[in-house]
Design a binder for this molecule. Sequence first.
Ligand code: PGA
Length: 225
Amino acid sequence: MKKTLIVVNWKSNKIVSEATQWLNEVESSKYQIVGHLEVVLCPPFTLLAGLKLKIENLKLKIVLGAQDVSPFPDGAYTGEISARMLKDLGLEYVIIGHSERRKYFQEDDQLLANKVKEALDVGLTPIFCVQEKMTPVPEGVKIILYEPVGAIETGQADNPESADLVGKFIKQRLDGEVVVLYGGSVTSENVASFCRLENLDGVAIGGASLDANKFIEILKNVAQI
Ligand code: PGA
């Protein structure tokens, strides 16, 4: 059975009490995350340290990632969170190049390449977002998240077969050395239709992940594949 990656992107949502409630609901559902699923929870920076402890205490099979990282090392860069700081929290993954960062914060290809380099230098795994099949991908990236802009937060998920074709194209383009995930309006209803496809290795979930029960439904539907 192939490993399936489920990236949970909370974006700029949830305060401490809401995040704690979400985890408690996941725990009390008694749902056991099955072996071939890897769940990467990417909350806002403010929640990372607290969630790390709570996930350990509850013994949940969830690893943590960040939604962004500084393009610079530690230093005089007011407001930035460096890759070393994220690594120090025990994180494994970081999302880089999300279309919302490109759109609202004018992140360009060079800046994103710098972020990838910072992440790789400390041993974080970048989950690099591409919006099209030819979006430039910095060297060293092993996880690609294909998120067509029209599918994000719109309720209009891409057609699974065309997402699969893009996955195939990206794998060929990058010499097969990457895993490809799909993101954009994934729900409990459509998640299995993406995860069962040959060239897709998982999904990213935004809006539908904010409710713990919907999140558990998603996991159950993927686990059945
Ligand atoms: P969405 O977001 O599931 O709310 O469309 C996905 C994403 O941006 O990662």
